[in-house]
Design a binder for this molecule. Structure first.
Ligand code: ZN
Length: 392
């Protein structure tokens, strides 16, 4: 076990804490402030000091949606996307992620997603999963959603349940209410969020189904986290209304320049628009949708293109939020750290004494990630992988 000290860095918790030293060891942050190395060296543990000058230190990124075992296949079996490599997440600063199945729950399984999540945990990444997939009745592991959330450590909720999408099950208000109440109770009993992560397609009914559920039941609006809200202008507008009602929304960072929907809004720009519209940005998270297929359909619903999402998109979006849209660092970082963590009830995404030692050291001039620590493991050292992932 090593004690690490990062000296003299600009620390964002994501709130700006100014120039500080930060000491941590396996899994836990010990102290943020002025640190006396000699006092710590008495602990009889090896000490490693990293010069944090001209660097910023932030929490590791929290990605609320990654298809870690791959997704897609909407263009046939040859278009199934590959699984995420652990090095992709590490190089781009993602230390916590939540995995989902997606469109295909026949050739892909939740058991496979759990196995992959466990493999990521082996390397130090904090990995969680959603039970279910696009369709209703939902696929589960134990045969019961409540049991999945309560009895399987990695399962924190259900998703992506698809609404307003021709690929979904055209779920009814009654069915969706039942799923949400099951997830909610299971979450309460096991101290998890029991979140219902909603895939919103490009259907003209947008968030209508969710409004119907919260208007006709006592399920709180925060039980849902609808994603892909930056898919088009009218959905973005509907998303802002949802936030004004007290809800959370999630933007998708992975986008494809050559196939981008003419109406699609880049995630960084969507956050800027939210700020302009006076929307509480702390109710917004950004997910990468990593390793999902990015299918493009024409007006008749025919597939005309396919690309793959990437976990790297969170880092790119952060850079864009700050450099292009001049969003304050604290707010920009919040969307990919503390906001998703609190929506999903994860004790992640914040730097403070006693918090988990998931943190990044970035160059303050260009936000290049120099060091990544996940669960106190030094996974990226001066921009280089500090471990050898199997089969990469
Ligand atoms: Zn989706």
């Amino acid at each position: 076990m090593t004690i690490y000290i990062i000296k003299d860095a600009c620390v964002y918790s994501p709130d700006s804490l100014g120039k500080q030293d930060i000491a941590f060891t396996q899994n836990k942050i010990l102290h943020i402030g002025n640190i006396n190395e000699t006092a710590l060296s008495d602990a009889n543990l090896p000490l490693e000091v990293i010069d944090g000058g001209s660097s910023i230190v932030t929490p590791g990124f929290v990605d609320p949606l990654v298809h870690i075992t791959g997704g897609g296949g909407e263009g046939g079996f040859h278009t199934r996307t590959p699984q995420m490599q652990v090095s992709d997440a590490v190089k781009h600063g993602v230390t916590t992620l939540v995995a989902a199945l997606g469109t295909d729950a026949i050739t892909r399984s939740l058991e496979d997603v759990i196995a992959k999540a466990k493999s990521l945990k082996y390397y130090g990444l904090s990995s969680y999963i959603y039970s279910g997939n696009y369709h209703v009745p939902i696929k589960t592991i134990t045969g019961d959603l409540t049991k999945d959330i309560m009895m399987i450590e990695e399962v924190i909720g259900v998703g992506e349940v698809a609404i307003a999408d021709h690929r979904g099950s055209q779920v009814s208000c009654h069915e969706l209410s039942r799923i949400a109440s099951q997830a909610r109770v299971a979450g309460m009993l096991s101290n998890k969020s029991g979140i219902v992560f909603i895939h919103v397609g490009s259907g003209k009914d947008k968030l209508d189904k969710l409004h119907e559920v919260i208007n006709s039941s006592s399920i709180p609006i925060t039980q849902f986290l609808p994603t892909h809200i930056n898919r088009n202008q009218s959905l973005l507008k509907a998303g802002f209304e949802w936030v004004k009602k007290g809800g959370y929304i999630d933007f998708t960072a992975s986008a494809n320049d050559s196939f981008i929907d003419p109406d699609e809004i880049d995630a960084a720009e969507a956050v800027a628009k939210a700020l302009d519209a006076g929307i509480d940005v702390n109710r917004i998270s950004i997910s990468s949708d990593g390793n999902a297929s990015l299918p493009v359909f024409d007006k008749a619903g025919e597939l005309i293109g396919l690309e793959v999402g990437s976990v790297s998109s969170l880092q790119h979006t952060l850079t864009k939020m700050i450099s292009k849209f001049h969003i304050p660092m604290e707010l920009a970082l919040g969307c990919i750290t503390s906001n998703p963590a609190s929506m999903l009830k994860l004790t992640k995404g914040r730097l403070s004494a006693d918090a988990d030692a998931d943190l990044l050291v970035m160059d303050e001039s260009n936000f290049q990630i120099k060091h990544v620590f996940a669960s106190g493991k030094h996974l990226l050292n001066n921009g280089r992988l500090n471990f050898q992932p199997n089969f990469e």
